[in-house]
Design a protein around this ligand. Structure first.
Ligand code: Q9C
Ligand code: ZN
Length: 651
């Protein structure tokens, strides 16, 4: 820090003393073989480079990282967890490291992980201490690995130590700092489950988290992030969750939550200091978040918090996976901390109807603890709502269709009838989808087919779009219309069978399914198409007709990691489709092989007869035979008996 106290810099330095911490050593935590992963070293490099080239870091006090001492980490984590994270990077763990990581939920580990974890935690302590002492007005710690998912005895969700929770306990325990009440604002798109648990019964810490929840289906996929989780004992009322019911939330939604929940409560709580779990994965363009907060939005959210705790604010990076989005969002926040730009402007968009509903239930739940929440939200405000944007309505159906087409039409048509086109959000949703598309268009996978898609002309409709001869339905095709780069055939130890009584596309008769589990006595012929992960998403979407808007991918890089680890993954967003279960079948020339089929609960329903097993129609069986014969796999006789056998054998 002293090194940057040069005369030229101090003249251009802001009146506000703002700290910024970056340390390249935190880049040494990465996937073992540098496989692609959203939580990668370039995240913090991108932010740092952006702040340097925008001249921001030059106006700040630049700090470097310090490793946290065990005694501080132990205020949040158990001894066995701390021991594990300390030792995990040592040579003795070389052979066990990957196995340990694979048993954890969304975690990778390498030789650099221990040091990075200690530095991330120590860095947030370091900046928080300086802000508490008044050496700095505010600060931003550009750290990784992130922290807010890490629990007492568990690393998860890309988090090893809970950096913000550790710094919070540090501040509270160093009595001479005079910090007795801390507000933690967690605006990462995911729920801060680890932080919530740490301070569950602690009234000195008001934990506020706004996150995608979708009734418990969004990561970390449980009820911890529900609005009913308000803390316990002396901590009751000091835990506030704002769970989004849907993605696509943007500036208007976040600002409404600030104005009607967080800001009034912050006023009443009157914190001595504010720590922000500043993930930028709710930013427009994020591949995991699916929300659309702009840099201007983040600036507003932060600006509104600067009125409390005499501006003593620390931002600690959590998630955020689009390099451009996180850099621009961080830059906007730094400009607010430096207080050199007045944040002006307004959002044209209105909050979603669901946003007002959530605001109302949260206020209801907490009004006994916070008198500022007692009044009803004025109906004049609530009536200003945006419809759910429906970008494209896709009623195509191929082997599959929604369980109940009526229900789907209801879902799609109802919001349309009240549609007041919201240009802003539409544009935002589109740029979000553009960014995941370009990210996933560079990654190849093998899409392994066992049904009518084995016949190449039939499969090409999912890519090129159009209507195949004799088929009832039109396919929209993929956005990227390049044909498969390669085609090859393989045999797998899986069971092929035919189920359902009739389908819209093929009429009476069953259609092909693959048992998601392998069994050695069974074989299935599969045709593998080498396509991009972006195209695979479009195929998934068409195979599982749904109203999902594709502003974020159904199956992203994290899902890919997850399916490699777990073997299969159920896609919540298309759970009504028959092929919503993505199964990993191994690697072929370093490229993963994926297929899509039903899940194990569907298998149970087929077994019990709740859903019938059924031989395929002649048309459908012929398409499969054509696929196998034209693909050079079987003679016509062999293909016919292969299908017959699969249709006749009991499950
Ligand atoms: N289908 C942070 O943003 N996703 N962590 C697993 C499994 C894990 C995100 C998806 C997302 C963790 C700090
Ligand atoms: Zn996150």
């Amino acid at each position: 820090m002293e090194a940057v106290e040069t005369a030229s810099r101090s003249t251009s330095r802001s009146l506000r003393r703002v700290g910024i911490l970056y340390d390249e050593r935190m880049c040494r935590h990465h996937t073992p073989d540098d496989e692609p992963h959203p939580e990668n070293p370039n995240r913090i490099r991108a932010i740092w480079n952006k702040l340097q080239s925008a001249g921001i870091s030059q106006r700040c006090e630049v700090l470097s990282a310090k490793e946290a001492e065990d005694k501080y980490i132990l205020s949040v984590h158990g001894k066995s967890h701390v021991d594990l994270i300390r030792n995990i990077s040592s040579q003795q763990y070389n052979s066990r490291r990957n196995r340990i990581a694979s048993k954890l939920n969304s975690i990778y580990l390498n030789e650099g992980s221990s040091e990075a974890a200690y530095l991330a935690a120590g860095s947030v302590i370091e900046v928080a201490k300086r802000v508490a002492k008044g050496e700095l007005d505010s600060a931003f710690a550009i750290v990784r690995p992130p922290g807010h998912h890490a629990e007492h005895d568990e690393a998860m969700g890309f988090c090893l130590f809970n950096n913000v929770a550790i710094a919070t306990n540090f501040l509270l325990n160093e009595k001479e700092l005079g910090i007795n009440k801390i507000l933690i604002v967690d605006w990462d798109v995911h729920h801060g489950n680890g932080t919530q648990k740490t301070f569950w019964k602690d009234p000195r810490v008001l934990f506020f988290s706004v996150h995608r929840h979708e009734f418990g289906s969004f990561y970390p996929s449980n009820d911890d992030g529900d609005y009913t989780m308000i803390g316990e004992g002396p901590g009751a009322g000091y835990n506030i969750n704002v769970p989004w019911e849907n993605g696509r939330c943007g500036d208007a939604d976040y600002l409404a939550v600030w104005d009607h929940i967080l800001i009034p409560v912050a006023k009443q709580f009157n914190p001595d200091m504010i720590l922000i779990s500043a993930g930028f994965d709710a930013a427009v363009g994020d591949p995991l978040g699916g929300c659309c907060v702009t840099p201007y939005g983040y600036a507003m959210l932060l600006r509104k918090l600067m009125d409390f705790a005499r501006g003593k604010i620390v931002l600690a990076l959590e998630g955020g996976y689009n390099l451009a989005s996180i850099s621009n969002s961080a830059l906007a926040c730094m400009e607010v901390l430096l207080d050199e730009k007045i944040v002006t402007g307004s959002t044209e968009a209105y909050p979603f109807e669901s946003t007002w509903r959530v605001i109302q239930v949260v206020r209801q739940e907490l009004k006994a603890f916070w008198s500022v929440l007692a009044d009803e939200v004025p109906t004049k405000l609530i009536s200003q709502k945006a419809p759910i944007p429906v970008k494209k309505i896709l009623i195509s159906s191929c082997d599959s269709e929604a369980e109940d087409v009526e229900e789907l039409l209801q879902e799609v048509i109802r919001p349309l009838s009240t549609l007041r086109v919201d240009e802003d959000c539409r544009v935002l949703a589109e740029s979000a989808s553009v960014s995941w598309r370009s990210d996933l268009s560079n990654i190849d996978i093998w899409y392994a087919t066992f049904g009518s898609n084995m016949w190449k002309p039939r499969f090409l409709f999912y890519i090129e779009g159009g209507q195949v001869d004799g088929m009832q339905k039109l396919c929209s095709g993929s956005m990227d219309k390049r044909p498969p780069k390669e085609i090859l055939w393989k045999i797998f130890p899986h069971r092929l069978f035919f189920g359902r009584e009739s389908t819209r596309t093929w009429g009476l008769g069953g259609v092909a399914f693959l048992h998601p589990e392998s069994k050695n006595e069974d074989i299935v012929h599969m045709c593998l198409y080498r396509i991009t992960l972006e195209q695979f998403n479009d195929v998934l979407h068409q195979e599982n007709i749904s109203s999902y808007d594709m502003s974020s991918p159904l199956f992203d890089l994290t899902s890919l990691d997850c399916v490699k680890e777990k073997g299969s993954i159920n896609l919540e967003a298309v759970k009504k489709g028959w092929y919503h279960n993505v199964v990993y079948l191994g690697m072929e020339r370093d490229i993963p092989i994926l297929t899509m089929t039903c899940d194990l609960s569907d298998i149970e329903n087929f077994k019990s007869g709740k859903v019938p097993l059924h031989a395929p129609s002649e048309d459908y069986a012929n398409t499969l035979v054509k696929g196998l014969v034209e693909g050079g796999q079987l003679s016509e006789e062999e293909a016919v008996s292969y299908i017959k056998e699969a249709a006749a054998k009991p499950l």
